[in-house]
Design a binder for this molecule. Structure first.
Ligand code: AMP
Ligand code: MN
Ligand code: MN
Ligand code: MN
Length: 277
């Protein structure tokens, strides 16, 4: 039985543990096939692979790319990628560019809401200065008592439409997918249940993803409820997508399920890893 966890984060993006420590946690959770998928960055891939192989896990290269589609943010996971592919590396660098200015603007918006000094505060939580994320802002705001939990920070300030939210233009879907494909990888829609699209928009999105050579969607993820496992299993069946499974682990104390401990994919779906094993 393969225990795959193909979505998680390290200090290279907005996770709290270094790649080798995430590998150890994956191994402790019983994971046998693993991918580290930091946001818009592959700098952790060599460490992740080395640690995984030393622990006896199979490793596939991974990344989670931020995309703007119909004016909203969508995440596309690239799996089994070659992290040295120049098209991918250059595309990711362009996607990261702008995070710093966005974070400064987020700081100004929060200051106007009576929360001064949040940019400087959040920076203390950032390990990769190229990758300042809303998560770092959220961790700081919880630690100074501005909210009780990360999810409360997002609900009150940082989610789309909330007063601290700062719109940003990420990569185009077609570009993100061509970088993944150039790197020999498989493109996977991350946590489709999280996007606030209408039925019509979802249909158009999946059609376009399919047309661009989209391979798979996440069905079982730490970001889905059990009802959403069923809903997106049906989407995978309808479109003929393969299915992926991943915790979206960020930190030992976050409410997401631990690495490797989510339910298995429904039996009739084709797992995204079948082609690699
Ligand atoms: P960014 O790439 O800076 O827009 O930050 C996105 C990250 O924020 C995601 O990858 C999650 O780690 C985190 N995030 C987004 N929404 C929520 C939420 N509602 N609760 C907790 N974390 C969230
Ligand atoms: Mn994240
Ligand atoms: Mn995501
Ligand atoms: Mn993620």
């Amino acid at each position: 039985m393969i225990n795959a966890d193909l979505h998680c984060h390290s200090t290279v993006s907005d996770g709290l543990l270094a790649p080798a420590a995430v590998a150890q946690r994956a191994r402790d959770g019983g994971v046998t096939l693993w991918a580290l998928t930091d946001h818009d960055e592959v700098a952790g891939q060599a460490d992740a692979r080395a640690a995984a192989e030393a622990l006896g896990m199979r490793y596939v290269g991974g990344v989670e790319i931020s995309v703007t589609w119909a004016e909203r943010t969508v995440h596309i996971v690239g799996l089994n990628i070659d992290p040295a592919c120049p098209e991918l590396v250059e595309g990711l660098a362009r996607t990261r560019n702008g995070r710093y200015a966005r974070a400064e603007e987020m700081g100004r918006r929060l200051a106007a809401l009576g929360l001064p000094g949040v940019f400087d505060g959040a920076m203390k939580y950032v390990s990769n200065p190229d990758l300042i994320s809303r998560s770092h802002f959220a961790r700081y705001l919880v630690d100074v008592g501005a909210a009780k939990s990360i999810s409360e920070v997002f609900d009150r300030y940082l989610s789309e439409g909330k007063p601290g939210y700062t719109p940003h233009c990420w990569a185009k879907l077609s570009d993100a997918m061509s970088w993944i494909h150039a790197a020999g990888g498989t493109a996977v829609v991350a946590h489709p249940g999280r996007y606030q699209y209408s039925q019509l928009e979802f249909g158009a999105f999946f059609d376009e993803f399919l047309q661009l050579g989209g391979d798979a969607i996440e069905v079982v993820t730490g970001s889905h409820t059990p009802d959403q496992y069923r809903e997106y299993a049906d989407v995978a069946r309808r479109y003929g997508f393969r299915a992926s499974r991943g915790s979206d682990f960020h930190a030992p104390d976050d409410p997401h399920t631990g690495l490797g401990s989510l339910p298995q994919l429904p039996n009739d779906l084709v797992p995204v890893w079948r082609a690699w094993l």
